[in-house]
Design a protein around this ligand. Structure first.
Ligand SMILES: Nc1ncnc2c1ncn2[C@@H]1O[C@H](COP(=O)(O)OP(=O)(O)O)[C@@H](O)[C@H]1O
Ligand SMILES: [Mg+2]
Length: 440
């Protein structure tokens, strides 16, 4: 993408309304635009990151055996009346009436609707286990939307729903999502710790929040230090096999959010030098709620013994739009964002130091064409800005690798390659740069 043809509205000034660094950087880097309190338009740079995160989550859901669908944002109130949640959900639910005076709502979550879909088609244990997921916009009329996309009112969530014949099966489904979450977050360059958590309006009694430690996090959290550096299962992990040992290795160490924290137990179970008490950002949550929805909605399956039983359920959410902010909180410096490669909006920043200079333009155009042909996403700054502004802009938007080409270097046959994360710069020939960047 040529910057001269792209839409990248960078801000020079630090926006005063933003209280945390990720919100400031997302505004300055032209990623989002607030349209109403807690409601954002995604500009091209932000949209690219959002889509990368969504795709990683999709790949890990698919790997774990979940099946993608798409449910609507608007839901009829009837479903929520069946489960008693229409009244229970309270003022966070955005209620809408259509022209026929029918009650609709903008979905804050989808347990009720997916259970309706399930019961319409699935009658036998032979179709189980089943896990259906989608990535769709949600609306929750939060009292205090803040911190940009971290606590929005409209936000993008991946939510998956598992269906099993019995509690043991539901536990296996829960474990599959637990491991898929570890993998998805780790692929985004995030270290997450699953912590025991309150279940809230979703219900049930087994739940973990996946937490990224960060000073600006909204939750107080407590855990055993060894959880910080536990290896995450690689892609050879067998989702059809027994995942309990992987889950147990983590759950046997203390980790809890403040809502369910037990100070006495923390002190009893965790040696003093291993106690971590910190703040964290919740990027995902998994719930096992059993028959909470299947009983009122009569979602029954016939077991091998011929008897009908209410299906056992769980639900599993990931804050896709919140993750954009969470990744920035975890990865930035004074100059701007430092994207982990897997979620970067472009792979490479190509900086032309003297646009209009025939030789420099030719070298840049040629490298741009070759890198693009090699499958790299390149943001090519071909504008007439001064070099200082180009460097600052590219540092701000944080693409993993920068390549700088100017007339002086070219005279010696050299270009500069810079790593955004380490700041390390290396001079090399154009051919060497192409070889390095096309294959990395
Ligand atoms: N207001 C919000 N803005 C952005 N992301 C949110 C918001 N509320 C929830 N999320 C994300 O969606 C995920 C699943 O939501 P859930 O656990 O049902 O919500 P909550 O934790 O607010 O009860 C959360 O882990 C979080 O990452
Ligand atoms: Mg939650």
């Amino acid at each position: 993408m040529r910057l001269s043809r792209f839409f990248l509205p960078l801000l020079r000034e630090t926006p005063s309304e933003a209280q945390i660094v990720s919100h400031r950087l997302m505004l300055r880097a032209g990623m989002i635009r607030q349209e109403a309190a807690g409601i954002y338009a995604w500009l091209p740079l932000g949209f690219r990151v959002l889509k990368k995160i969504e795709q990683i989550v999709r790949e890990e859901m698919n790997r774990a055996g979940a099946i993608e669908i798409l449910m609507p944002t608007l839901q009829p109130s009837d479903l929520w009346k069946e489960t008693g949640r229409y009244d229970a959900y309270g003022p966070e639910m955005l209620r809408i009436r259509d022209r026929h005076d029918r009650e609709l709502l903008y979905g804050p979550t989808n347990e009720d609707m997916v259970t309706e879909i399930f019961r319409a088609y699935v009658k036998s244990y032979k179709a189980l286990p089943l896990n259906l997921y989608h990535t769709q916009w949600k609306f929750r009329d939060e009292v205090r939307p803040r911190f940009g996309v971290m606590r929005g009112r409209e936000f993008l969530m991946k939510d998956a729903y598992s269906f099993d014949l019995d509690a043991a099966g539901a536990r296996r489904s829960y474990n599959r999502m637990y491991v898929a979450y570890l993998r998805a977050f780790s692929r985004m360059g995030l270290k997450t710790i699953p912590m025991r958590a309150e279940t809230g309006p979703i219900g049930g009694d087994l739940s973990h929040e996946f937490i990224v430690l960060a000073e600006t996090g909204e939750s107080g959290v407590f855990c055993h230090r060894d959880l910080l550096d536990m290896p995450v299962p690689d892609e050879t992990v067998d989702f059809d096999g027994d995942l309990e040992p992987i889950v147990r290795q983590r759950t046997e160490l203390y980790a809890a959010t403040e809502d369910v924290h037990d100070a006495a137990r923390f002190e009893r179970e965790v040696p003093e030098d291993k106690r971590v008490s910190a703040r964290g950002i919740e990027v995902g949550q998994v719930f096992y709620f059993g028959t909470k929805y299947s009983v009122p909605m009569k979602a029954l399956v016939t077991g091998p013994d011929g008897k009908d039983v209410p299906v056992e359920g769980g639900s599993y959410g990931i804050g896709v739009s919140r993750l954009v902010g969470a990744i920035i909180e975890a990865s930035h410096d004074d100059a701007g964002i430092i994207w982990p490669a897997a979620v970067a909006p472009f792979d490479i920043a190509l900086i032309n130091l003297k646009s209009g200079d025939a030789k420099t333009d030719a070298a840049c155009d040629d490298l741009y064409a070759k890198l693009t042909a090699a499958g790299k996403d390149v943001l090519y700054d071909d504008t007439n800005e001064r070099p200082g502004a180009k460097f600052a802009g590219m540092d701000l938007i944080g693409l993993p690798t920068q390549i700088v080409i100017g007339p002086h270097g070219l005279e010696k046959g050299l270009v500069e390659v810079k790593s955004r994360a380490t700041g390390a710069k290396e001079e090399m020939s154009l051919e060497a740069a192409l070889k390095r960047l096309a294959t990395s």
